[in-house]
Design a protein around this ligand. Structure first.
Ligand SMILES: [Zn+2]
Length: 283
């Protein structure tokens, strides 16, 4: 079989080895920000990424001014996500699941692009921007509905020209003083996006779900993550302990390169597409 010629010789060889290692196996997939860069969503941990100080849940809960700042940035960040489309990497993973090869996707991303690409079993380790919930009564809201309310209450925010966007989709307006923070329509309680904040733990049942996916698979593919986040490393450890092959697809180094069965140093869109094309469907 000849591999797609977009790869240089060394990459083509590692992709070929990945195919040999994964053939006939049921594969759990762990993805990070690198799978979404081709959709125009920046990778905060990639080279040259701006240094940012993410807001902690503590600050968010303690200060109304912090919440105002957070919601303005989060609203504009969400709009950037909503405007992005799944790329060939997301679609390749959905195809791999459809053909019975991938058991599911565990993702560190909150952009919802795996779901939109058609992946059915998706464990969103860090939550999702698609949902917002009330910290008081637990009511869950669709982000699209909430965005409409935010823009009705704060008409200035709907005009992008008036708002200087930061490189990470956050916004740095002169002042967020006039911003009206959305509240729960049921109980007027405080709303919080359904994402794991900086410094917060991944909910235990979420991590168990991810472990379960690795446990019931015969191999692990890590795509587009440098594995800086500990939960990612822990899942690789789980796979290694069970002696499962681990294939890492990432541009640049990761924290688990030394433990990988195969490392492919290339973009995830091309490599995942090649895997979806080459791997035989499971029966
Ligand atoms: Zn409520």
């Amino acid at each position: 079989m000849t591999l797609v010629t977009q790869f240089d010789a060394a990459t083509a060889e590692s992709v070929q080895r990945a195919i040999e290692v994964l053939a006939g196996r049921r594969v759990a997939v762990l993805t990070g920000a690198g799978v979404s860069t081709d959709s125009g969503i920046p990778d905060y941990r990639g080279k040259g990424a701006p240094v940012r100080t993410p807001m902690t849940a503590q600050t968010f809960l303690a200060s109304e001014q912090a919440r105002r700042r957070y919601w303005v940035g989060s609203h504009l960040g969400w709009r950037a996500f909503a405007a992005a489309d799944p790329n060939p990497g997301h679609r390749a993973l959905a195809r791999l699941e459809g053909s019975g090869i991938a058991t599911g996707v565990i993702t560190q991303n909150v952009d919802g692009l795996h779901v939109r690409a058609g992946s059915r079993r998706v464990v969103e380790l860090h939550g999702t921007m698609r949902r917002v919930f009330c910290t008081h009564c637990g009511q869950v809201f669709d982000r699209r509905d909430l965005a409409v309310r935010v823009e009705v209450d704060n008409p200035w925010i709907a005009i992008p020209e008036n708002v200087p966007l930061g490189p990470d989709g956050d916004v740095l307006p002169e002042s967020t003083d006039g911003f009206r923070i959305p509240a729960c329509t049921v109980c007027e309680g405080m709303l919080k996006p359904d994402v794991v904040f900086f410094g917060e733990f991944i909910p235990a049942e979420k991590f168990r779900e991810a472990e379960q996916l690795v446990r019931t698979s015969d191999a692990l593919v890590v795509a587009g993550s440098s594995l800086v986040v500990n939960s990612g490393i822990r899942l690789v450890e789980r796979a290694r302990r069970r002696r499962l092959p681990v294939v890492i697809v990432n541009r640049g180094e990761t924290r688990a390169d030394a433990r990988a069965t195969v490392k492919v140093d290339a973009g995830t869109s091309d490599v995942l597409s090649a895997l979806a094309e080459a791997l035989p469907a499971a029966v």
